[in-house]
Design a protein around this ligand. Structure first.
Ligand SMILES: NC(=O)c1ccc[n+]([C@@H]2O[C@H](COP(=O)([O-])OP(=O)(O)OC[C@H]3O[C@@H](n4cnc5c(N)ncnc54)[C@H](O)[C@@H]3O)[C@@H](O)[C@H]2O)c1
Length: 596
């Protein structure tokens, strides 16, 4: 029989605590909500009221249920109010000494059988537990932000946590409608261990002006389908909390440099820029605590005027190549009203590409997304050629041939001879340095990267890569073209992985290392990222879709260029590739897909 929890206590009503109170009260459990001072208590109460009012306004909570919810919450200053609760969850700032002090006090105040839980993200639950006389009744219950929304709870057992305490807490999570994963006490548990290296890396990109905050966030949202970009997420987490988590993970997690907080973070915290809770972090918010971003001095000018900034007129576009990307890109340009010259290495190839474009456009017609007349007009705008000479009068060339530097360089040298002056020459490479391709021409200022995502007609993102030689006009032109295609163009520097792959693949590689270390299972890790962070797919699902060989190749590139020890490919990934387990395409990767 699982233990009945009729009253629980929550200590600290900040970003997490206020949300945790709501989770319990919504599920019919009485809550004693405790803060350090009367003003802090009022802030916590206001957060709860604001959140439940929003839920009512959105039709997600009936007014009567909201009122009943509030009646279940008893607010108090000081821990003494917790004398008769069945379980306490602590959610005070991420400092070990503070948490230890609170646990020692809770041990004194609470009934001997009460379970004492911490919501810590990165500190050792074991170290917190030994501040009490009942370490076997101490456990981690790690909720995700925002607690009322995110389905995941990480239940952290230490070596001394009693099995029945773990079972009771697991049953409680189920009653709260949450999905739990139970794991051992390791820095960052599952989700944060995989998340914070990525977040810190994104802050580093912002700090070094590699890309703007808007572009970094748009890249991850649109390129990976994440619910929010990394910098917006940092603001939601709170920069002070994020700093402490990184700092602890760095110290506890083997001094991985990727967890050493980027200096800018410390500066922002010192300056009081804590994110949403203080009204300003990477972005500026309407007021402290508000989720609404308002423009500030770093907000880009409205796209129209920014794009007009030196962008050249483009009407005719050449697309070189006959693979998946070239085919998709031809379709995208033709549908957007551009005249397109497709160049392949032979008329049979052109015929195949033409068929593929037709098939794809027809699918749009069948699905009711494209009128027959528009399909015909789009096809009518494409001319098919097997010689580069037909690119003499285009305004833009998009190269999408095989990913081999020598081939691309030779092609760009030819384009340089054939194309008229002022043409923007773009490569779709996903891993080669754009500058190498640019220097194969006499006009490196006109060369950019246009990194489309697969499938090009569907994916809304394009990375616009500018090299150290790219002119502002060429960049502006590339960005304007993306906008005209209905895509979001994000501008970044010419570094391995650009924005998306540089942030995505090390995270996937880390997930493989976590599996390799037997810390958790592929299923639990996938669950944790989907339910704790709102990712559309877990890392192992995604690796199997992308292909393990492709993932390994990208990870190797990143490692070679950036020399970051933490980017070294996981041995397990290498072994699976060697064994021919490449993912869905070979019916076996991290999972067996043969029966599906
Ligand atoms: N922010 C997140 O996204 C997130 C997610 C999961 C877990 N966590 C963890 O939750 C915990 C709280 O983080 P947060 O982001 O909510 O912090 P926060 O700064 O938003 O809130 C902390 C609250 O604790 C209160 N407090 C401080 N000392 C106290 C005391 N002695 N007694 C009672 N209350 C006290 C503060 O007044 C404040 O309201 C941390 O351990 C953090 O790592 C945070």
């Amino acid at each position: 029989m699982a233990r009945e929890f009729s009253t629980v206590g929550v200590v600290g009503l900040g970003t997490m605590g206020a949300g945790i109170v709501e989770v319990f009260a919504r599920n019919g459990i009485d809550v004693v909500a405790v803060e350090i001072s009367a003003p802090a208590l009022e802030r916590g109460r206001a957060t709860l009221t604001g959140s439940t009012d929003r839920a009512v306004a959105k039709g997600k909570l009936a007014e009567a249920d909201r009122d009943a919810l509030h009646e279940r919450v008893h607010f108090a200053v000081g821990l003494d109010a917790l004398h008769s609760v069945d379980l306490v969850i602590e959610a005070v700032p991420e400092h070990l000494d503070l948490k230890q002090r609170i646990f020692a006090e809770l041990d004194r105040v609470c009934r001997p059988e009460a379970i004492l839980a911490t919501n810590t993200s990165s500190l050792s639950v074991t170290e917190i537990s030994v501040a009490t006389s009942r370490p076997n009744q101490v456990i981690g219950i790690h909720f995700f932000n925002p607690a009322p929304v995110m389905k995941l709870v990480e239940v952290v057992r230490t070596v001394v946590t009693a099995p029945e305490v773990v079972a009771d807490v697991e049953a409680l999570c189920a009653r709260l409608g949450k999905v739990d994963v139970t794991i051992n006490d390791r820095a960052g548990f599952i989700a944060n261990a995989l998340l914070f290296g990525y977040l810190n890396h994104a802050v580093g990109m912002f700090e070094s002006h590699y890309a703007t905050r808007e572009d970094i966030d748009a890249a991850m949202k649109l390129g990976c389908g994440l619910p929010m970009g990394p910098l917006a997420l940092m603001d939601l987490i709170g920069l002070d909390t994020a700093y402490e988590i990184l700092d602890t993970m760095y110290r506890r997690g083997g001094r991985d440099r990727r967890h050493a907080p980027v200096p800018l973070l410390k500066q922002m915290v010192t300056a009081g820029l804590l994110g949403r809770k203080s009204g300003r972090g990477f972005y500026t918010y309407e007021r402290p605590g508000s989720p609404k971003v308002v423009p500030d001095e770093a907000t880009p000018l409205d796209t129209e005027s920014a794009l007009a900034d030196g962008a050249r007129a483009i009407t005719k576009v050449g697309v070189v190549g006959s693979g998946t990307m070239a085919t998709g890109i031809i379709e995208v340009f033709a549908k957007a009203g551009y005249e397109v010259v497709s160049v392949t290495r032979g008329m049979e190839k052109s015929a195949t590409v033409c068929e593929a474009v037709k098939t794809s456009l027809n699918k749009g017609v069948v699905r009711g997304k494209l009128a027959e007349a528009d399909r015909d007009a789009a096809l009518g705008r494409v001319s098919w050629s097997a010689t580069l000479d037909h690119l003499a009068d285009v305004d833009l060339v998009v190269e999408a041939v095989v990913e081999e530097l020598s081939v691309k360089k030779a092609l760009f040298a030819s384009l340089d001879e054939i194309c008229k002056p002022g043409v923007v020459l773009a490569t779709t490479t996903s891993s080669l340095p754009v500058i190498d391709v640019a220097m194969a021409t006499q006009r490196p200022a006109d060369v950019v990267g246009l990194h489309f995502f697969n499938p090009a007609p569907v994916m809304p993102l394009v990375e616009v890569v500018r090299t150290i030689r790219t002119s502002p006009e060429a960049t502006a032109t590339a960005r304007a073209v993306c906008a005209a295609l209905g895509k979001t163009g994000v501008v970044c520097g010419d570094r391995s992985g650009f924005i998306v792959n540089a942030l995505l693949f090390p995270y996937l590689n880390d997930a493989v290392k976590m599996l390799e270390a037997s810390y958790s299972t592929a299923d639990d890790i996938d669950h944790a990222m989907k339910l704790g962070c709102g990712y559309p797919m877990g890392p192992f699902e995604l690796l199997d879709v992308v292909g393990l060989d492709v993932s390994l190749a990208i990870q190797r590139e990143l490692y070679l260029e950036l020399r970051e020890p933490g980017f070294a490919p996981a041995p397990l990934l290498e072994h699976l590739v060697t064994a021919g387990y490449l993912g869905r395409k070979t019916r076996r990767g991290f999972r067996d897909h043969s029966h599906r």
